[in-house]
Write a protein of this length. Structure first.
Length: 167
């Protein structure tokens, strides 16, 4: 049976709502977790990927016995462009506008609204750590959120090796 593009689109949107509801239900069962994120800019559009990292109990069978195990979970919450905050008529340079639009405060606002609007989670109460690369924006946003910053160890190793080589 051929399906119209409108029908396919409607089904996809319904599926998105169902998946969001399942994720919200699972996040509500957790008392805390970490957010893992990365951002990039392409053609003046700033994109942000956001994951929730937490643990959950699962039922497993070992030696014929049913038991519970705690397992780590990393769930994709969103991949989206961040809303722009800067005034497009602002005469500042593009680099200055980028820095002001996509600063730590804007990232925190985006995380907070995503968790609240889609998953009914209060980020300030749920989040205990921010997992991201070691750029100054990510370190500041963790400090602003009053959570631990878990930086990228590969990036840190690269920085350390570069420092050792340059000495």
């Amino acid at each position: 049976i051929p399906l119209s593009i409108k029908t396919i689109r409607d089904v996809i949107f319904q599926l998105v709502e169902l998946v969001e509801a399942l994720i919200a239900k699972e996040l509500a069962k957790t008392t805390c977790g970490a957010i893992m994120h990365d951002a990039w800019t392409r053609s003046s559009v700033h994109f942000l990927g956001l994951f929730a990292c937490y643990t959950r109990s699962i039922l497993v069978f070992k030696d014929g016995k049913r038991t519970e195990e705690v397992t780590p979970v990393c769930t994709l919450l969103s991949v989206s462009p961040m809303a722009e905050a800067a005034d497009p008529d602002d005469a500042r340079s593009t680099i200055q506008q980028e820095a002001s639009r996509f600063n730590a405060e804007m990232h925190v606002a985006h995380f907070t609204s995503t968790m609240r609007d889609y998953y009914s989670i209060v980020l300030a109460k749920w989040c205990i750590a921010s997992i991201a690369d070691n750029c100054s924006t990510n370190i500041k946003l963790a400090r602003d959120m009053k959570v631990a910053h878990v930086g990228c160890k590969s990036h840190q190793l690269n920085l350390d090796v570069e420092t050792m080589i340059s000495q």
